[in-house]
Design a protein around this ligand. Structure first.
Ligand SMILES: Nc1nc2c(c(=O)[nH]1)N[C@H]1C(S)=C(S)[C@@H](COP(=O)(O)O)O[C@H]1N2
Ligand SMILES: [Mo]
Length: 331
């Protein structure tokens, strides 16, 4: 499953925070006199057989088995949003992830999430609303679930097509009744240093990362029908590496807006600070709609690279969703 074409992709989000981390980790292993075999043992001494494939053995059977074990979800397919590209293979999408709470790498996230406990889980919905409320996951899974096949475009220029399962965020917001003062929605991830290695203070790096991960939308964006609170993919509940048990998907925006493993949704009257915008405001704007005409400060956004095949194709304005969202940005 090693995906060497991806090694050529510079990892821009990664570069912001992690060059020092990688350097120090290598230095650390060297100090201990460990090569890659010793490093694998550090990753998961409890499960040697699975840890070792991090370093090159075929991970295909392991990931297939794990995905097959996830609970299935009952859904209806919503065919409104058509995608004329083939689906990304499930194992490919599930072994190439951005999830900085666990790793700055992409091909090791699916292993690094092992300690993460995603059940029980609650989401607090609060702030400028008439009826603030905490929902537990069982309640959230009782919203009518739809399957939607969406394009997905990371700001780093890789792209995929995934059948997500979820419900419009608008349905949740209607239940808590936003006040007329509410103009933005702030979304908050989790903070569990004991389960998420990179949230723990470390003597090996000095992180500036403002945990928990946070994101935000305008209320109008949050109410748009495309904005999906996502609880599943490929017919089953989300695997941890995709942001179990509940994440956001905003397919017309760069992937970092689609915050994983949400614990809190807060309505506000001011534009909220966000994780990436706080770290590098000139690179990761609050709105961050997919736009081939606006280059990232360090690379062009004119083309994208298809996950799994390496095919290059033109980037589409709003990632192909202009007819549904462009009106949000007029005037
Ligand atoms: N909590 C959290 N959410 C996150 C991230 C993260 O590091 N932490 N990474 C973002 C980025 S940069 C991308 S591209 C997508 C990747 O989603 P995927 O791994 O399910 O493909 O998740 C986004 N949501
Ligand atoms: Mo991303």
């Amino acid at each position: 499953m090693s995906n060497s074409i991806w090694r050529q992709v510079s990892s821009p989000e990664t570069q912001v925070t992690s060059e020092a981390v990688f350097h120090n980790r290598r230095q650390f292993l060297k100090t201990l006199g460990l090569g890659s075999v010793g490093a694998a043992a550090l990753v998961s001494s409890a499960n040697w057989a699975e840890a070792k494939d991090l370093w090159g053995a075929d991970s295909g059977p392991i990931i297939k088995r794990r995905l097959a074990a996830l609970n299935k979800l009952k859904t209806t397919r919503n065919g409104k949003y058509k995608v004329d590209y083939p689906l990304t293979q499930e194992e490919t999408a599930a072994t190439f992830n951005n999830f900085y709470e666990f790793s700055t790498g992409k091909e090791d996230v699916w292993q690094a999430v092992e300690p993460f406990q995603t059940s029980p889980w609650k989401v607090e919905v609060t702030g400028l609303v008439e009826k603030p409320r905490t929902f537990d996951m069982e309640e959230l899974l009782r919203f009518p679930l739809e399957e939607r096949i969406y394009r997905f475009r990371c700001v780093e220029a890789w792209a995929m097509v995934v059948p997500w399962i979820g419900f419009p965020m608008a349905e949740l917001l209607k239940k808590v009744r936003p006040l007329s003062k509410a103009k933005y929605v702030r979304l908050v991830g989790f903070h569990r240093p004991e389960q998420a290695a990179r949230q723990a203070p470390s003597r090996f790096w000095n992180s500036r990362e403002p945990w928990p991960y946070t994101e935000g939308l305008t209320l109008a964006e949050a109410m748009n029908d495309l904005t999906l609170l996502t609880v599943g993919s490929y017919g089953h509940i989300l695997p941890k590496q995709h942001g179990a048990p509940i994440r956001l998907i905003t397919p017309w925006k760069y992937g970092f807006k689609s915050i994983k493993s949400i614990t809190r949704i807060e309505l506000t009257d001011k534009q909220p600070a966000t994780f990436w915008n706080t770290l590098a405001p000139n690179e990761y704007g609050f709105t961050s709609n997919v736009n081939p005409a606006i280059p990232h400060p360090r690379w062009s956004q004119e083309r994208e690279k298809v996950l799994g095949t390496g095919e290059r194709r033109p980037t589409l304005p709003y990632n192909g969703y202009g007819e549904f969202v462009a009106n949000l940005y007029r005037g």
